[in-house]
Design a protein around this ligand. Structure first.
Ligand code: FES
Length: 122
C-alpha cells in the first residue's frame, strides 16, 4: 500500500466532502455523519460531475445533478440514473492527517478496507 497525505482533519467539515488531487485523480475525502472517513472518486459514474459538491447522508454521497447516491463504503450506486460504482480508496489517519492510497482502488462494489472513525477534538 502507498498511502499519501490528502488533507488535514481540521480542513474537513464535520460532515461533508473536500476534493483533493492525488496522482492526477480527483478524489473526494469525506467525513460522514458517524465520523467515519472515506475516500472515493470525485467524479460521478454517470457524467462528469464533482461528487464532493453533493450532500452526505447516511454513509452515502449524492450527485447533485441527477440525484444518484453512492455508498461511501463500497462505491455502489444506490439509485438511478447511475449504474456503475465509483472507486473507493483505502484511508488511514496519521498525526491528524488523512492518508489515502489511490493505487489500490476497490471497484468491486463489495466492501472496502473499512472506514476510519475520527474523533474530532478541539
Ligand atoms: S451526473 Fe451524477 S447522476 Fe447524473
Amino acid at each position: 500500500m502507498t498511502f499519501q497525505p490528502a488533507i488535514h482533519l481540521d480542513d474537513l467539515p464535520d460532515v461533508g466532502a473536500v476534493q483533493v488531487l492525488l496522482d492526477g485523480r480527483r478524489v473526494a475525502v469525506v467525513r460522514a455523519e458517524d465520523g467515519s472517513l472515506h475516500a472515493v472518486d470525485d467524479t460521478c459514474s454517470h457524467a462528469e460531475v464533482s461528487l464532493s459538491e453533493g450532500e452526505i447522508d447516511d454513509c452515502t454521497i449524492e450527485c447533485w445533478l441527477h440525484g444518484s447516491r453512492f455508498d461511501l463504503r463500497t462505491g455502489a450506486p444506490t439509485g438511478l440514473p447511475a449504474t456503475r460504482p465509483i472507486d473507493v480508496y483505502p484511508v488511514t489517519v496519521q498525526d491528524d492527517v488523512v492518508l489515502v492510497d489511490v493505487a489500490a482502488p476497490n471497484t468491486s462494489g463489495a466492501g472496502t478496507s473499512g472506514p476510519i472513525t475520527s474523533s474530532k477534538e478541539h
